[in-house]
Each structure stands twice: as structure tokens, then as C-alpha cells.
Design a protein around this ligand. Structure first.
Ligand code: NDP
Length: 525
């Protein structure tokens, strides 16, 4: 391995990419943009979509001349809609919030009637006529339950997108459809949803499938950490089968499904987290070097990783643990099926899932990737731990007794840190080995001088405006992710499927999970 040739090649490619960006600039919406938020009366719109748009507005990252149209069926007057728009902006600069509210307007209508969409079109064209010289770009953001995706996509394609049947709005410069998972419930339903949306008249390059995990700062840092220079993160250095004992990707939440049981009981934790978010994390960490960070090259490498993962075998019960929480020890927190929002009191839906996947390629052969997600558990954590092999297994003889295997830890949530946990000397006279962290922190004062990391939802909308398709889930990526999980989901939801093991609300998880991890060579801490 030749360090200098690696460096030179990478750096020259990076600058080539910078040049390529110019050709992409035309995809960026720079002005005259309608951001139409469907489901504007809902929780996601209030808590995430409008606050994210506000973050972009505050940083001057929205296209000049942007109008935000909230669309829903609810009967809201302007005051009520403004409450919804500003509902998630408490503590923000009031003057800025007032300026932001001036960009927003509410349009009421159904999700499945042509007339309602023609009415929306008239509104948009009137505003465009008054303020955008008649022209406009359109970003349609679907903050509605997934049952509405297809119908909305069809209605928009028919009534609001310029096409052969609809010549009325040829001054629409571009149309983008932004949708967020769940994309179906299995391979078949996902393919049907995508087929219906495509047949309605949406081209692949117009569909922005969101996985906000791909927009988390730490995940966006990965290709830079791994491929921008020789470092402990480089594929030939530590991130390979010779040095990695096991990788743990974990999302633990201390709260249960209180109030969201309706949605959750239909989907469960495997669909909610493992099949989509964890596949983003896994592919970004495991992929080989893409030729560039944009276009299709990045996603080509992610898909290659997915293709190297065998479908989870539901019959192999040693490869997974499923659990469901019961009430807390003190009885104050309800068990999953005791929650009012969970209708099926016999539900077998897992609120804890832990399973092992392997990547069958030269670099990762044999390394267990443990995916673990849980609700109502003792702590809130979202991170990846790359647990390195004991020194002797890597052919290394430590100088001191009592040293432990090292770990690379990628925090994904709030702290946004990456650290290398290594052996070092206890400072002072006596000495002896201790653990230290080599930390990279994007929230430090120094790092923030370079740029402030944004909330993932703001990144998602910002990237959709910039036309950066590479940050969204490509169709084949989605199908591969479903291929891995569909047989397993079908089995656990069948009559013959296993009953999840109970664990107390606020506990560490179902009995046996530690043994499961130890057997894979993973040691917590
Ligand atoms: P809501 O249930 O609040 O739905 C949003 C809006 O959609 C509602 O205000 C309602 O508007 C309309 N709507 C609701 N149910 C139906 C229905 N059955 N038929 C037609 N319209 C309906 O959902 P959220 O805002 O919580 O979430 C929206 C989407 O985002 C969902 O897909 C969800 O899974 C996803 N999501 C939500 C998160 C959250 O924190 N809330 C987090 C991550 C993803 P109206 O009746 O006024 O038209």
C-alpha cells in the first residue's frame, strides 16, 4: 500500500468533484420556489418540517423568493395556521419568526380530489403571477401518513405537473416529490408503491426518498473520515476483517410507544429502524471507496454492500432476539399492550430487536454487524461501536499488561462526536494503563467556526432544494434493503412466528441479550 499515491489520487478526485459541482449547480433551485407541505396540520409538520424550514430561512439557505404553502384537510383560518407554523419555534428571535410567517400561506383541500388540486394550482399560479414573474419551482413535501402517498403523488402528477395532458402550467420549472419512510411494509408493497408513483408520471430524478439518518452530521462525515486520508478509519487500516471483532449499531430510547401505538403496532421496530435507518448507517460505514461523493457513484457503492448481505434467516433463532416491554418495575409506566393506543392486546409486535448481519465480501467476511434497537429501555443512545479485536488476534503484542481492545465510536445523536477509545498511560508517578479518548467533535467552538451542523430534517430539505439526489434513497437501494428483511418480517408476523421475550420498561432488555452479544465476541463498554 502506497500512502502518497492514495493521497494524491483521492485529493485529485476530490477537486475533480468540486468542478463537477458546477454542472450540478443547474439542479439547485435558486429562486421562485414553492415548498408545499402536505399534512400541514400534523405533528411532523409542526415539530420538524416548519422548524427545519425556519432553520434554513434563518441561515439564508432557502431560495430567494420562497413561498411555503401548507396544505391539509383541516379547517384552519390564517391565525390558526400561523400558530401551527410557529408552534415549534419557541425561543427563536421573534422578529425572524414574524418574517418567516410572512412566507407561509394555508390552502385547504382533500388528498384525493382533482378539484382540490386544481384549486391548489390556481392558488400557486396566482401567487407566482404576482411574485415570481409567473414561473415557479415546486417542492412537494409529504408530511402525511403513508396511506396517502400514492394518491397524493397521482393527484399532483395529474393536476400540478406539466405533462402532455396538462399544458396549463408549463411555467412550472421543476417538480420534486419528497417522501419519507415507511415505503411499504415489505418488498412487494414497496415495489407497488414505487411503481404506482412512477406510473403516475414521476421520474426517478424527481422523487426524493428521505432517510433522515443519511442526513445526520456524523454519517455525512464518514466518507471524509474513511477516504480522505490514511487514518485509523481507512479501509486498509482498521476498518476491515483483520482488525474488527464486531460492529454494534444501536438506537435505544428510554420512552415507549405512548400515544403512537397505532402507527407502531402496524410497523414494529424492525421496519421502523433496522430496515431503513440502520441500512443507511451500515452501508455508509462499510462501503468501499466511491469514485466521487455525488451523482450515482456513492449510491452504487452502498448498493454493492447491500447486495453482499444475505436475507435474514428467520429459522436461525440464534441470529436474533425480539422483545416487547412490559410495565415498569414501579408500575408507573404501562406495558406495550396496556397502552391505550395499542388496540391489539395480544400484539406480538417487537419493541426490541437485535440481530446479526454479515457482509459477504473480501473486506468484511465473518465480521458480525449487530443491529440493536429498543424502546422503553434504560437509556437514550444512538451510536455505532466498532469493537476492535484483542491485540493478539491482530498479531500485536502489547507492551503492557492489562490493556484492552480499542474501539472506534461514532455518536449519531446530539453530541455528534466520533472517538477512538484507546489504551494510554495513567498520568503521574505511578503510571500504568488506562483508557483515553481521541475525540473529533463537530459541536466544539472551534469546529463551529467552520460551519454549524444542522438538524437532519433541515439538511434533508436543504439537499432536496439543492437537487443533491445522492443524499436520498435510490430505488434499487430500497429494494435491496427490503430483500434482506422481508422473509424475516413475514415469518415473525405469521402464526408460527416467535413470541417476543418480555422485558420491563426501563430495564436493559430481554434476558439473554448479553449472552447473545458475547457469543458474537462483542463486549459492551
Ligand atoms: P399525523 O397523523 O399527524 O398526520 C399528518 C396529517 O395528515 C394530519 O394532520 C392530517 O391532516 C393528515 N392525516 C392524518 N391521517 C390521515 C388519514 N388517515 N387520511 C388522510 N389524511 C390524514 O402524522 P405525523 O405528522 O405524525 O407524521 C406524518 C408522517 O411522517 C407519517 O408518515 C409518519 O410516519 C412520519 N413521521 C412522523 C414523525 C413524527 O415525529 N410525528 C417522525 C418521523 C416520521 P388533515 O386531516 O388536516 O388533512
Amino acid at each position: 500500500f502506497n500512502v502518497s499515491s492514495f493521497d494524491k489520487k483521492y485529493l485529485s478526485d476530490m477537486s475533480a468533484n468540486d468542478n463537477k459541482k458546477d454542472s450540478k449547480a443547474q439542479r439547485e433551485i435558486k429562486e421562485k420556489c414553492f415548498i408545499v407541505v402536505f399534512g400541514a396540520s400534523g405533528d411532523l409538520a409542526k415539530k420538524m418540517t416548519f422548524p427545519s424550514l425556519f432553520q434554513l430561512f434563518k441561515l439564508d439557505l432557502l431560495p430567494s423568493k420562497t413561498k411555503i404553502i401548507g396544505y391539509a384537510r383541516s379547517d384552519m383560518d390564517n391565525d390558526k395556521f400561523m400558530e401551527q407554523v410557529a408552534g415549534g419555534l419557541e425561543g427563536e428571535d421573534e422578529k425572524k419568526v414574524e418574517e418567516f410567517k410572512k412566507l407561509a400561506k394555508y390552502v385547504r383541500g382533500a388528498y384525493d380530489e382533482d378539484e382540490a388540486f386544481q384549486n391548489l394550482e390556481n392558488e400557486l399560479q396566482t401567487i407566482a403571477g404576482d411574485e415570481f414573474d409567473g414561473e415557479s419551482h415546486r417542492l412537494y413535501y409529504l408530511a402525511v401518513p403513508p396511506s396517502q402517498f400514492t394518491s397524493l403523488a397521482q393527484m399532483l402528477a395529474k393536476n400540478n405537473k406539466p405533462n402532455s395532458d396538462n399544458k396549463a402550467n408549463t411555467k412550472t420549472l421543476s417538480s420534486r416529490l419528497v417522501i419519507e419512510k415507511p415505503f411499504g411494509k415489505d418488498s412487494e408493497s414497496c415495489q407497488k408503491m414505487m411503481k404506482d408513483i412512477a406510473e403516475a408520471g414521476w421520474e426517478q430524478k424527481e422523487i426524493y426518498r428521505v432517510d433522515h439518518f443519511a442526513a445526520i452530521e456524523t454519517i455525512k462525515q464518514l466518507p471524509y473520515l474513511i477516504f480522505a486520508q490514511p487514518s485509523p478509519f481507512s479501509p486498509h487500516s482498521l476498518l476491515n476483517k483483520n482488525h474488527v471483532q464486531a460492529v454494534m449499531i444501536e438506537l435505544k430510547e428510554s420512552f415507549g410507544c405512548e400515544g403512537r401505538g397505532g402507527y407502531f403496532d402496524e410497523f414494529g421496530i424492525v421496519r421502523d429502524v433496522l430496515q431503513n435507518h440502520f441500512m443507511q448507517v451500515m452501508t455508509m460505514l462499510a462501503m468501499d471507496r466511491p469514485d466521487s461523493l455525488d451523482g450515482d457513484e456513492l449510491r452504487d457503492e452502498k448498493v454493492k454492500v447491500l447486495k453482499s448481505i444475505a436475507a435474514v434467516d428467520p429459522k436461525d433463532e440464534s441470529s436474533y432476539i425480539l422483545g416487547q416491554y412490559t410495565k415498569s418495575k414501579d408500575g408507573k409506566k404501562p406495558g406495550y399492550t396496556e397502552d391505550e393506543s395499542v388496540e391489539n392486546k395480544e400484539s406480538k409486535t417487537a419493541t426490541y430487536a437485535e440481530m446479526v448481519l454479515k457482509i459477504d465480501n473480501e473486506r468484511w467476511q465473518g465480521v458480525p454487524w449487530i443491529l440493536k434497537s429498543a424502546k422503553a429501555i434504560e437509556e437514550d443512545i444512538m451510536r455505532v461501536i466498532v469493537h476492535l479485536k484483542p491485540h493478539e488476534d491482530s498479531g500485536f503484542t502489547p507492551l503492557y499488561e492489562g490493556t484492552k481492545p480499542s474501539a472506534l465510536v461514532f455518536e449519531l445523536f446530539e453530541t455528534k462526536k466520533v472517538y477512538f477509545s484507546i489504551n494510554s498511560r495513567k498520568p503521574g508517578f505511578v503510571g500504568g494503563p488506562t483508557r483515553s479518548k481521541v475525540v473529533l467533535d463537530w459541536d466544539s467552538e472551534e469546529a463551529q467556526k467552520e460551519g454549524k451542523s444542522l438538524d437532519p430534517y433541515a439538511v434533508v430539505i436543504g439537499e432536496a432544494i439543492r437537487g443533491r439526489e445522492e443524499n436520498f434513497v435510490r430505488e434499487d437501494e430500497l429494494y435491496e434493503a427490503w430483500r434482506i428483511f422481508t422473509p424475516f418480517l413475514k415469518h415473525i408476523e405469521s402464526e408460527a412466528g416467535p413470541k417476543p421475550e418480555p422485558y420491563e420498561y426501563g430495564s436493559e432488555g430481554p434476558e439473554g441479550f448479553k449472552k447473545f452479544e458475547e457469543k458474537l465476541g462483542y463486549q459492551a463498554g
